[in-house]
Design a binder for this molecule. Structure first.
Ligand SMILES: NC(=O)c1ccc[n+]([C@@H]2O[C@H](COP(=O)([O-])OP(=O)(O)OC[C@H]3O[C@@H](n4cnc5c(N)ncnc54)[C@H](OP(=O)(O)O)[C@@H]3O)[C@@H](O)[C@H]2O)c1
Length: 201
């Protein structure tokens, strides 16, 4: 398969890149500064340019984007905008534009997160974004044509992010990377559609 991974050089993405490559797929990694193709998912123009460059694909995975973390008491709508435009609308736009480039039978795999159900302290914005990504997938899956599929992977705190984020998520189980990678494999190589695959431990 020809697989596009946006964020494929990131913590989770690089595991996916090596796994899908080792399984014989053609993997194209995109990122803002990393990867072989530059894209900013907050920009429609940039997404259009990316798809025009690579042409048709069999699978599109997104592991790019984050959201605002900070005290609820001082949070403003403006603080939430970058995450909304990136992790939420960016992923949505990858699908809205990308469906014209996705081969019949192909799949989209978006990334949400455990915060959708179990927000950490200071994590209201991210919780909202993750929940919205999940709901988008539920709706879009019903509307996909020609056996195209769409799923969301909802990771818990992954092993490889323990040092970076562990202190902010007390009580969260660390997710083994192999288990998380398997969820992406199931979404891309399997037949599931409209699922939110939760990998929380
Ligand atoms: N890590 C965890 O424990 C965890 C837990 C739950 C959910 N998640 C979710 O999983 C996803 C991946 O997390 P991660 O820890 O692997 O993130 P990461 O290490 O920060 O990597 C993110 C990747 O996305 C790219 N990226 C960021 N913003 C972009 C944009 N606007 N346009 C294009 N590419 C962009 C980055 O590329 P550049 O470096 O080139 O900018 C980077 O390759 C995120 O949605 C995160 O919220 C992660």
């Amino acid at each position: 398969m020809k697989i596009l991974i946006i964020g494929g050089a990131g913590t989770i993405g690089k595991r996916l890149t090596s796994t899908f490559s080792s399984r014989g797929h053609e993997v194209i990694v995109a990122g803002r500064n990393s990867g072989t193709l530059q894209v900013d998912i907050t920009s429609t123009e940039s997404i259009l340019k990316m798809y025009a460059t690579i042409g048709d694909t069999d699978a599109c995975i997104c592991t790019a984007g984050t959201g605002y973390y900070g005290p609820f008491d001082s949070m403003t709508a403006e603080m939430m905008l970058p995450g909304l435009q990136g992790k939420l609308l960016g992923q949505v736009n990858l699908v809205l534009i990308g469906r014209h480039y996705l081969n019949p039978g192909g799949s989209f795999t978006l990334t949400s997160g455990i915060a959708a159900e179990h927000p950490a302290r200071n994590g209201t914005c991210v919780a909202m974004i993750n929940g919205a990504v999940n709901s988008f997938v539920l709706g879009a899956a019903q509307e996909m044509r020609q056996e195209r599929r769409i799923n969301a992977i909802s990771p818990g705190l992954v092993e490889d992010s323990k040092d970076r984020y562990g202190a902010f998520f007390p009580g969260y189980n660390l997710v083994p990377m192999d288990k998380l990678v398997n969820a992406y494999l199931l979404s891309v190589e399997g037949a599931i559609n409209g699922k939110i695959l939760k990998v929380y431990s």
